[in-house]
Design a protein around this ligand. Structure first.
Ligand code: SF4
Ligand code: FES
Length: 379
């Protein structure tokens, strides 16, 4: 195993947020509320150096993400660099605007995998959620070209109140488009999704039905389609190991070169994030105060500290603990052992029962949302 020190394993994945620019405006975007502008983005040479450092550190997978990564003029050069370094490259894309025009060139330079977002199956609903007219036919054309090139395709559908009824249709769509994998990812309430929580929260009965639908389809489509299911935290019994555990598996480089342990880490006050302009990735992984803050189990409070699941889920999500408990070192209130769990579930039930969901606050660069946090948070 690659290791930075004898006790610290190397990260396996690098999320390269190449840009925050995106033609879509999804109300559950995991990008921060303060989006980086194009003028502040890292240049090509710096990204290439970062990728070389990642390969040297032992990273295996690079997720070329954003925003919309194909909005970068240099996406083909960056992808070629991944291939030259032996890094497995995954393009996380909306498939709209200029994405299709660049796809063949990306394939030529060695792109390994494509993850395409879908907002819904029904076009009007998909385009309402994504905030972009005429997006759906572009996505379908993009998916067709991905499979025609022989590239493995994953569809990613973020599930919420506005599309949960379409889970069966999303599974059919994945089969029809020739995807190898479908991610049925219930919304995680950070970033823009946190602001839009009351508009997005599905009813528990609908969540349970969607889980049953996935379980049935997994059996039916064995050998044809793999379906990953991310269950909704607010209705869960135990939290997920967010980002695979803080500072354990992933590094996230923002468009301006800040290196984060997870995509929402900047919401935690008092953490110092190091930049790729000032430090190597290896230094940041081993020494950055932000990566060290919640690595391992020493920082844990009760009930995590003495829980036998503490090295399975690593206490859940620090950003969610901050948002809901007001303390990033608290047990994630998604956990049924957290004293706040009952309140979180009650809040989800109340929001999902709203007769009319509030309007979306669409993601936008430079446009502050109308409300920074939903009513009633922290609980
Ligand atoms: Fe995980 Fe902490 Fe809950 Fe135990 S108490 S299951 S470690 S979040
Ligand atoms: Fe930051 Fe979960 S999003 S730890």
């Amino acid at each position: 195993m690659n290791a930075v020190t004898p006790t610290l394993p190397a990260p396996i994945g690098l999320l390269a947020e190449l840009t925050h620019r995106c033609p879509l405006r999804c109300p559950y975007c995991s990008n921060p509320l303060e989006l980086d502008r194009r003028s502040a983005e890292l240049d090509t040479a710096t990204w290439q150096r970062v990728l070389a450092e990642a390969a040297g550190l032992g990273v295996l997978h690079v997720h070329l993400s954003g925003g919309e990564p194909t909005a970068r003029q240099d996406i083909v050069e960056i992808t070629r660099t991944c291939a030259e370094l032996g890094l497995y490259s995954n393009l996380i894309t909306s498939g709209v605007a200029g994405a299709l025009d660049k796809l063949d060139a990306l394939y030529e330079v060695g792109l390994d995998h494509v993850q395409l977002s879908v907002q819904a199956v029904e076009a009007a609903n998909a385009e309402r959620i994504g905030g972009l007219r005429n997006a759906q036919p572009q996505k379908f054309a993009f998916a067709e070209r991905v499979t025609a090139l022989g590239l493995p395709l994953t569809l990613n559908a973020v599930i919420h109140r506005g599309n949960i009824a379409e889970v069966p249709a999303l599974i059919d769509l994945a089969v029809r488009l020739g995807a190898k994998r479908l991610e049925v990812a219930h919304t995680q309430y950070y970033g823009w999704a946190y602001v839009n929580r009351a508009a997005l929260m599905p009813a528990k009965a609908d969540v349970d039905r969607s889980i049953r639908t996935v379980e049935e389809a997994r059996e039916r489509l064995k050998g044809q389609l793999v379906i990953d299911l991310v269950v909704p935290d607010y209705y869960a019994k135990y939290p997920k190991a967010c980002a695979g555990g803080w500072g354990r598996r992933l590094m996230n480089v923002t468009p301006t070169g800040k290196v984060l342990p997870c995509h929402a880490a900047e919401t935690i006050p008092g953490l110092a994030f190091w930049h790729v302009q000032d430090h190597s990735l290896a230094e940041i992984w081993a020494e950055s105060p932000a990566f060290r803050a919640y690595r391992g189990t020493d920082w844990m409070q009760e009930p995590c500290r003495s829980c036998d699941r503490r090295e399975k889920d690593w206490g859940g999500c620090r950003c969610q603990a901050l948002a809901l408990a007001g303390d990033a070192a608290a047990t994630d209130p998604a956990c049924s052992l957290s004293p706040l769990h009952g309140k979180v579930q009650a809040l989800a039930i109340a929001e999902s029962a709203l007769e009319t969901a509030p309007d979306y606050q669409y993601r936008t660069i430079g446009g502050a949302p109308r409300t920074a946090v939903p009513e009633g948070a922290p609980v």
